[in-house]
Design a protein around this ligand. Structure first.
Ligand code: ARG
Length: 392
């Protein structure tokens, strides 16, 4: 009788490498390893070879970079989704996409189970499991790290060495790092003390703002219907645009975030993030909305960002509320077209100009100089009516 198949989200790291062996030997599965590229910046092919060597019966490399940006990152950008006012959600946004890829492959391969390398106390397990439970409840979910007896990294290395599983030769960084195009998440090591300043070497991408170029630089970002598509007057693919802003922003030390956040599983954790492109784009996009949306729409839409961020953070991507919010937000974006000029300084970006065919700004109404068309006489009556409810 042929063995049942499990589709494993494989990262190439120690946990999921041990998991291939464990799923095969201890659980009796044929293991299919899936590498999903969301911009980790790693070559996937050699990792696929490694998975086969460890014992995967088949491997898949999925380039999901564009899908990640267009289907996950852009909606979050348009929603201004920032968790607890700080975390721009890079890791959180990638999980439902990776889960979806596992499910697609599980169906193709007629697998009965999917597996991931998330720990039992993080948010990522929630995001993977939630996606599978809602999209493919027929699949069994296996999270080896929630089950096996290997508690420490040393125990894992021992297990691996005894079974010929390659272990990383270079000393592992003391940090746990997750990277994609929308940002990097870094935790563990000395960062576990929320009162310890992140050592410079903890940052993977961004330059110390003190070492950034002393001269600021201006960049021009063009949006159409809420989607960035142009850089300094040139049309660019979504991927090149994000890569460009990450590179430039990192050089200026933009997008460093240090935060103690509330995990869904009830604990607080300290994490640092680097999100240069996200920081610049979120600001630029909002500036364009401030120019183009009427007051009621702008202020109401602003209230949705934190809620949208909670949905992303808490693994509720594939839910009716997220889809309904996307419908609303899409409707608000029809006039979010135009050009925003951002100036990059060491450590931060600032909007210095914006222009749009949909602009609601009227110089003749706003001006304090010649050409004022605002009818000052009607202001007095308006204010009297405005004050009416509070008069004794
Ligand atoms: N705290 C972030 C989240 O819950 C990132 C989690 C993964 N972090 C990491 N360094 N591996 O989405």
């Amino acid at each position: 009788m042929s063995r049942e198949k499990v589709i494993l989200a494989y990262s190439g790291g120690l946990d999921t490498s041990v998991a291939i062996h464990w799923l095969k030997e201890e659980k009796g599965f044929d293991v299919v390893a899936v590498l999903v590229d969301v911009g980790q910046g790693k070559e996937l092919k050699p990792l696929a070879v490694k998975a086969s060597k460890i014992g995967a019966v088949k491997t898949y490399c999925v380039d999901a970079k564009r899908e990640f940006i267009e289907q996950y990152v852009w909606p979050a950008l348009q929603a201004h989704a920032v968790y607890e006012g700080k975390y721009t959600l890079a890791t959180a946004l990638s999980r439902p996409l990776i889960a979806k890829k596992l499910i697609d492959i599980a169906r193709k391969e007629k697998a009965t189970a999917v597996a991931h390398g998330c720990t039992g106390k993080g948010n990522d397990q929630v995001r993977f499991d939630m996606a599978v439970l809602t999209l493919a409840p027929e699949l069994t979910i296996i999270a080896p790290l929630r089950e096996w007896e290997l508690m420490t990294r040393e125990e894992e290395i021992e297990y691996a060495q005894a079974r010929g599983i390659p272990v990383p030769v270079k000393k592992k960084s003391p940090y746990s790092i997750d990277r994609n195009l929308w940002g990097i998440s870094i935790e563990c090591g000395v960062l576990e003390d929320p009162d310890t300043a992140p050592p410079e070497e903890a940052y993977q991408w961004t330059q110390d703002p003190l070492k950034a170029p002393r001269k600021s630089v201006e960049v021009e970002i063009a949006f159409q219907r809420g989607i960035p598509y142009g850089f300094n007057g040139k049309k660019m693919s979504s991927l090149s645009l994000i890569e460009k802003l990450n590179q430039l922003g990192a050089r200026y030390g933009i997008g460093r975030i240090d935060s103690v956040e509330n995990r869904l599983v009830g604990i607080k954790s300290r994490e640092i993030y680097e999100a240069p492109a996200a920081t610049i784009l979120l600001q630029a996009h909002r500036e364009l909305e401030m120019l183009n949306l009427d007051r009621e729409l702008f202020q109401f839409k602003e209230t949705l960002g934190p809620r949208y961020a909670q949905l992303v953070y808490n693994g509720q991507w594939f839910t009716p509320l997220r889809e309904a919010l996307d419908g609303f937000i899409r409707q608000t974006q029809y006039c979010v077209s135009g050009v925003v000029r951002m100036r990059l300084y060491p450590g931060f970006a600032a909007c210095v100009g914006r222009t749009s065919a949909y602009s609601r700004y009227s110089k003749s109404l706003a001006t304090y100089e010649q050409g004022d068309q605002f009818d000052r006489k009607i202001a007095e009556g308006f204010i009297k009516v405005w004050a009416m409810p509070y008069k004794n």
